[in-house]
Design a protein around this ligand. Structure first.
Ligand code: PLP
Length: 407
C-alpha cells in the first residue's frame, strides 16, 4: 500500500477499502483534520513519558472520553498502545481491585494476543496452539449466536441469550466456580473476530444483574465495536447496560496506536506504578484521537447509522436471493454476511467465503473475513452512500461469480 485517502487506497490499482485496517481508520485514510493534528503535535512534543511527567494531552482526552463514556463518571483512564494492552490493564485491575482471581470469558471472543489477553481469547485454535500454559483462572462459556444456536428448545434470540447468561448462576456457580472468587466477566457486546455476532440485549442485561448480585466487575471490550462504529459511541449502549470497565483502541485514533482502559474512578485504586507503559498515551496518538472524536461527533456517528442501515437493508435481501448467503446482520457500520452451503443445513463454507474475499480484491474491493464463514464490512464511518453502493455492487457480483458453479 503506497497511499490512501478517505475510503480509497492507491497502489498501482485503486481499491475501495471496506476493512479500514481492521476497523481502525474510523475517519477514513488520512482525514485532513487528523493529519493536521498529527503534524501540529509532531512539531510540539513527540514523547515525554506520561508515566512520570505531566502533559496536557492526557487529561484533555480523558475529559473527552469521560463525556462520552457508557457509564456515569467520574472516570479514570489508563493509556497504552494497543487493544491487547487495554485488555491487560482491565484484567490486572479487576484482580487487583476485587482481590479475586477468576475471570469469565466467552467462546468466540477475541481480546488480543499478549499472554493475559490471549488467555481470555476463545476464538481460533491457531491463536492458542503452542502457547500454553495460559494465565490461570479463566473460564470460557457459550456466547449467544442467534443464527447458529437457536433451536426448538431455544427458539428466539431472547430465550437463547437469557439461557446463556443464566448458565453462569445455574451451572457454573453451583458446580465449579464459586461466585465470590470471580473478579470479572469480560465480553464483546458484538463479537468482532468471532464473526460480528450481536449479543441480545437480554443477555447483556442478565449478565449485568449477575455481576451486581455477586460483586463482579463487567468489562466491555469495545476495541472493535466502540468509537462510534455501531452508530453509538459504544456498542453496549444499544442494550442500556453500563459496564464497569471499557477497553478502547482501534478506531479511537484513526490509525495511530492507542489503547485505553476506562473505568469508574473508584475502581482504579491501585498504587502509582502498579501498571504503566512508557509509550502509552503518546501525545501524537492523543492528538489524533482528539481530532477523531470531533469528526465522529460531527458526522461519523450519524453517517454510520444512515449508511449502515441502508447497506444492511440491501444485504438482508440477499438472504432471500442467494442460496449461500445464510445471514446478514450488523449495527451501524459493523456489518457481516454469513456464507453457508445451503439454507437448510447452514453448514459453514469457509472456502467460498475466502474465494469471495479474493475475488473482491481482484475487483478492487478490500474485504476481510471474520468468524468461521462470514465476511465483514467495516468501512470508514464517513463512507458515502455512493461508495457503499459501489462496494455492494462489487460484492454482489463476486458472490454471483463464486456461486455460479454451486447452484
Ligand atoms: N479486543 C478486540 C475486541 C479486538 O477485536 C482486538 C483486535 O482485533 C483486540 C482486543 C486486540 O487489539 P490489538 O490487536 O490492538 O492488540
Amino acid at each position: 500500500m503506497a497511499a490512501a485517502s478517505g475510503s480509497r487506497t492507491s497502489t498501482v490499482i485503486k481499491f475501495l477499502d471496506f476493512t479500514s485496517g481492521i476497523a481502525v481508520n474510523s475517519t477514513g485514510h488520512c482525514h485532513p483534520d487528523v493529519v493536521k493534528a498529527i503534524q501540529d503535535q509532531c512539531a510540539q512534543l513527540i514523547h515525554m513519558s506520561g508515566t512520570d511527567f505531566y502533559y496536557e494531552q492526557m487529561p484533555a482526552l480523558a475529559e473527552r472520553l469521560s463525556a462520552i463514556a457508557p457509564m456515569p463518571g467520574p472516570h479514570r483512564v489508563y493509556y497504552g498502545n494497543s487493544g491487547a494492552e487495554a485488555v491487560e490493564c482491565a484484567l490486572k485491575l479487576a484482580r487487583s481491585h476485587t482481590g479475586r482471581q477468576q475471570i469469565i470469558s466467552f467462546f468466540g471472543s477475541f481480546h488480543g494476543r499478549t499472554m493475559g489477553a490471549l488467555s481470555l481469547t476463545g476464538s481460533k485454535i491457531q491463536q492458542k496452539r503452542g502457547f500454553a500454559p495460559f494465565v490461570p483462572g479463566v473460564t470460557h462459556i457459550q456466547y449467544p449466536n442467534a443464527y447458529r444456536d437457536c433451536n426448538a428448545a431455544l427458539p428466539t434470540e431472547e430465550i437463547l441469550g437469557f439461557a446463556c447468561a443464566r448458565f453462569i448462576e445455574e451451572k457454573l456457580f453451583k458446580t465449579t466456580l464459586p461466585p465470590e472468587d470471580v473478579a470479572a466477566i469480560i465480553l464483546e457486546p458484538i463479537q468482532g473476530e468471532g464473526g460480528y455476532i450481536i449479543a441480545p440485549n437480554i443477555f447483556l442485561q442478565e449478565i449485568r444483574r449477575i455481576c451486581d448480585r455477586h460483586g463482579i466487575l463487567l468489562i466491555a471490550d469495545e476495541v472493535q465495536s466502540g468509537a462510534g462504529r455501531t452508530g453509538k459511541w459504544w456498542a453496549i449502549e444499544h442494550s442500556g447496560v453500563q459496564p464497569d470497565i471499557v477497553c478502547i483502541a482501534k478506531g479511537i485514533a484513526s490509525g495511530m496506536p492507542l489503547g485505553i482502559c476506562m473505568t469508574r474512578a473508584e475502581l482504579m485504586d491501585w498504587l502509582p506504578g502498579s501498571h504503566a507503559s512508557t509509550f502509552g498515551g503518546n501525545p501524537i496518538s492523543i492528538a489524533a484521537a482528539l481530532a477523531t472524536i470531533d469528526i465522529l461527533e460531527w458526522e461519523g456517528l450519524q453517517n454510520a447509522t444512515t449508511v449502515g442501515t441502508s447497506m444492511l437493508t440491501r444485504l438482508k435481501t440477499w438472504v432471500e436471493k442467494y442460496r449461500n448467503v445464510g445471514d446478514a446482520r450488523g449495527r451501524g457500520l459493523m456489518i457481516a454476511i454469513e456464507l453457508v452451503e445451503g439454507k437448510e443445513t447452514r453448514n459453514p463454507i469457509p472456502k467460498l467465503r475466502d474465494q469471495i474475499v479474493h475475488l473482491a480484491f481482484q475487483h478492487g474491493l478490500l474485504l476481510l473475513g471474520c468468524g468461521e464463514t462470514s465476511i465483514r464490512l467495516c468501512p470508514s464511518l464517513l463512507v458515502c452512500k455512493q461508495d457503499a453502493d459501489i462496494a455492494l455492487n462489487i460484492l454482489e457480483e463476486c458472490i454471483q461469480l463464486a456461486t455460479a458453479d454451486l447452484q
